[in-house]
Design a protein around this ligand. Sequence first.
Ligand code: WTA
Length: 657
Amino acid sequence: MSDDTVELEARLEEAESFDPPESFVEQANVTDEGIYEEFDENWPECWERAADLLDWDEEYDTVLDDGDAPFYEWFTGGSLNASANCLDRHLDERGDEVAIDWIGELGDTRTYTYEELHREVNEFAAALRDLGVEENDVVTMYMPMIPELPIAMLACARIGAPHSVVFAGFSADALATRMESAASEYLITCDGYYRRGDPLHHKEKADEGLSQVDHEVEEVVVADRLGDEYDHPMDDGERDFDDLVADHEGAAVEPVSRDAEDMLFLMYTSGTTGKPKGVKHTTGGYLSYVSWTSHAVLDIEPDDTYWCSADIGWITGHSYIVYGPLALGTTSVMYEGTPDYPEKDRLWDIVEEYEVDIFYTAPTAIRAFMKWGTEHPEKHDLTSLRLLGTVGEPINPRAWKWYYKHVGNEECPVVDTWWQTETGGMMVTTLPGINTMKPGSAGPPLPGIDARVVDTAGEEVDAGRAGYLTVDKPWPGMLRTVYKNDDRYVSEYWSEYSDPDADEWVYFPEDGAKIDEDGYITVLGRVDDVLNVSGHRLGTMEIESAIVGVNGVAEAAVVGGQHPVKGEAVYAYVITEEGQEGDAAFEEEIVAAVEEAIGPIARPEEVVFTPELPKTRSGKIMRRLLEDIANEEELGDTSTLRNPDVVEDIQAKVSDD
Ligand code: WTA
């Protein structure tokens, strides 16, 4: 390193805050600091600004209906269609511009202009109708990052059929659970996809899932990604995606006008119980909110090439690969593969070749980039970039600064965006054209978002003290309920800090946080039994129930241990039944059971066999202690334990491994 570089590194290390570069501010979508006050004073009408980004078939008459809180309704009386907003309205001016720039892992590409995407969405929507899909039927999609996925989503949106996308990395069991929970009679899937250059067969997994669904599945559509590489199984009556599209060539499907509050999609996510929750998002509120945050935070403009490297199977991909960017008429890049295939500079290669303006990724990816070294981004011309973003988990200041310097060349603001599946879109982040950035802290709540940090009594904590994050006012992108389970919606999100008798409702996201004297919020992580592994939400209960399902397991407790790249990793503590050896073969069996129930992302990093688990006198497992053990930290208070000796035994086992 030259002296200059050493000096620069030292300066970066020390800096606590960074102002947005002048060159960015000059062109930013939102630059008026007064926007915070304006939203405060004019709440909830301020949200018209988000709704105004869309084309409505029927104007709404009420911005917020809070008559039946916490079952809030937004933009009531209004109607619109999400696919028309993402496609039709751009045709006149931007029909020839690229909507989706898809890059396969092997280097093959597919480009869809708005015109082409519109055509294919219409054809597939017509096919779905012919197959019998009606308005409000839930259509499940079990697909990887191939263009047929957003096409199918937009086709569903066009005919008013909510979609439920299941991440392709999830297991057959996970697919079956979600299809059953949604009573979904339609599945769109594919033969397979590429991972690290190898074809990965997906159809068998889909078939296995289908065989476990209790109700009749009416139609199965299979997209062909692997071509001749894989002669995938097709059961009688199953349809080929391309054939359906070809059979409906030139079809035009009038977009169905949906009420603002009609469901746009369902997204299952992990919670504190073994059963994932179906988070319900609506057409008007959700689409307004993701469009607004894409405009204000991601600073997207139609001429941009924008790339979010998440998977569409998660909420980030729904909101910020598909709906937000396409509603604004920009070019959204979609990449099929892994970031280190064929080489560790794959992403930077794509940024250079496509001249990406805005890049949005996860801290776990940034930690991997750091590990791989600066030579990979340095090999490429990344000067097209103007804004960087992160989402999914806390980012430590070192990773933030690495991203800022080695990817953004200190010329791009970095937005650290806190939000959740349930919030629909970003909630806490700096506005890149306005706020100073403080690495490690997401920033102030967005205008109109009433996020606070409180203690257990609901009182706001002093600056610097840890507490719980709450959101005291509703917002348009919020979930409307847990599908078919209104009670769970109220008890999980609106109970902790609300006062129903006074009709005061406070949303509790189940994250810990602290706030500084400038009102910047640092999100510390989940306070419930949910892990965040590589930015993916996994419920410890889901993993535990997979483990206790294995013959020979008596009891299991799963906790998160810190991991340098994944953020958190799964640690499983297992008590075997009499006569069952806790050996390597049994460990393998347990790991396989978790993969089968959930998927490889939930794979335990370590399985620790133990004769007992630390329990309180009332018999509750002390997970906090198990976490301390996993992290090799000093143990918290053990005085309330019924069996304090067991802790040392377990500690000894973990350090042996
Ligand atoms: C965590 C992903 C710190 C948080 C969009 C939240 C974050 C959970 C951040 C939601 C961030 C997300 N800083 N923590 N910028 N973003 N989280 O539903 O714990 O997959 O509750 O949504 O991720 O995960 P989900």
